[in-house]
Design a protein around this ligand. Structure first.
Ligand code: BMA
Length: 372
């Protein structure tokens, strides 16, 4: 009953405001609407590269460290496109793009949500995403810049990939696309000290309009995601605009005892802003010392985030070579028992719940669509 009431409120409240790309495919509009509705009912759990590899294994179709621990898959699955822009066959984390494509389509067919990050190489120096030796990179790829054509080629490769995300029936698979993340820090070439506010916003604006208007891609929801921040002003300083961004998020890793407090503050600010803008909000990356703090899942993540409406919290990858770097539990991990409690809590949403919620189904028409 409580849930029905919040769905009702959410739907009524959203009819006026909430809209993504007006030309978005029905499944993408449906996803946008359902993310808004679901975040009032619980929080989806996500894991990066969950279906690609895990602790001690690589590319075993159907396998997932999360499923090994709790019997279900995450509600949202993270994927990485770094090096796709180079025309390489596999990502910087050694996952074949052909397998990423298959994984995204298959997870969609099971009713789950897919999100994509992009640690693209530095187009000016040819170095990695972490090459911060030049402050001219963003300027160089904007229209008129010396590397603009190269950047357009990068986007063309991304566009080809996005346009290949189609089911057997020819339906484009919606994806949450989260480029240029953690820009409030300065460890990527698009970071705060590496470009001006205007250049960063222009980078987003060019990227989104190119993919949407020139390449006719209408199955992406664009996600803006900072690193840690203290105030709403700081969070919004480089925000490119409501017509460009569909979803508000932040990344926050546990680096000490202040974590719960900082997480709460960031989550409250993003949740409030997202609700004011009629957009979903999320913790787009998280991770903590789960091998030592074995109750991290319930004590820190769940307790902090429970009262705050957010669409998902995604933890980073489990590299197959090194159990100490795992951000999620795997079979036999010391935090696995606590993770099972986290899974069992009604507030967390895994694939079973997300697929039952039919998140690609359109729930309401917005005004502009009725008038047509
Ligand atoms: C980082 C690390 C790297 C990885 C990159 C992109 O946080 O996990 O090893 O290459 O993300 O996924």
């Amino acid at each position: 009953m409580k849930y029905l009431f919040s769905i009702f409120l959410a739907v009524i409240g959203l009819q006026v405001a909430a809209q993504c790309d007006p030309q978005a495919t029905p499944e993408t509009k449906g996803l946008f609407q359902n993310l808004l509705i679901l975040q009032n009912m619980g929080i989806m759990f996500g894991h990066q590269d969950d279906l690609a590899y895990g602790n001690g294994w690589y590319n075993e179709p159907g396998r997932s460290d999360i499923k090994d621990v709790c019997g279900d898959y995450p509600g949202i699955s993270g994927w990485e496109l770094g090096h796709l822009e180079q025309g390489n066959p596999y990502s910087l984390d050694s996952v074949y793009f052909s397998n990423i494509r298959k994984g995204i389509i298959s997870f969609y067919n099971q009713g789950g949500v897919n999100t994509v990050s992009w640690h693209g190489n530095n187009p000016l120096t040819g170095g990695s995403a972490w090459d911060v030796t030049s402050k001219e990179v963003v300027a160089s790829i904007l229209p008129g810049g010396s590397k603009h054509e190269l950047y357009v080629k990068y986007l063309d490769r991304l566009a080809d990939f996005f346009l290949s995300l189609k089911t057997e029936k020819g339906t484009y698979v919606p994806v949450l696309f989260r480029p240029y993340h953690e820009h409030t820090g300065s460890w990527f070439w698009w970071g705060k000290n590496l470009c001006t506010i205007e250049q960063y916003k222009e980078l987003w604006r060019f990227t989104v309009t190119y993919l949407r208007d020139e390449k006719h891609i209408h199955h992406l929801l664009f996600c803006y995601s900072t690193d840690r921040f203290q105030t709403q002003e700081e969070y919004l300083e480089r925000y490119p605009g409501d017509d460009i961004i569909d979803m508000l998020a932040f990344d926050l890793y546990d680096r000490g005892p202040e974590y719960a407090g900082v997480l709460k503050n960031c989550a409250e600010i993003v949740s409030k802003l997202a609700s004011e803008k009629g957009k979903p909000g999320a913790v787009s990356e998280a991770g903590g010392p789960i091998a030592q703090q074995t109750d991290w899942w319930t004590r820190l993540i769940l307790e902090t985030l429970r009262p705050i409406p957010l669409s998902y919290v995604l933890v980073w990858r489990n590299p197959w070579q090194n159990p100490r770097d795992a951000f999620a539990p795997f079979k036999g991990h010391p935090s696995a028992p606590d993770f099972v409690k986290f899974y069992q809590d009604p507030h967390t949403l895994f694939l079973k719940e997300v697929s039952n919620a039919r998140v690609y189904q359109v729930r309401y028409k917005v005004k502009s669509e009725k008038v047509k």
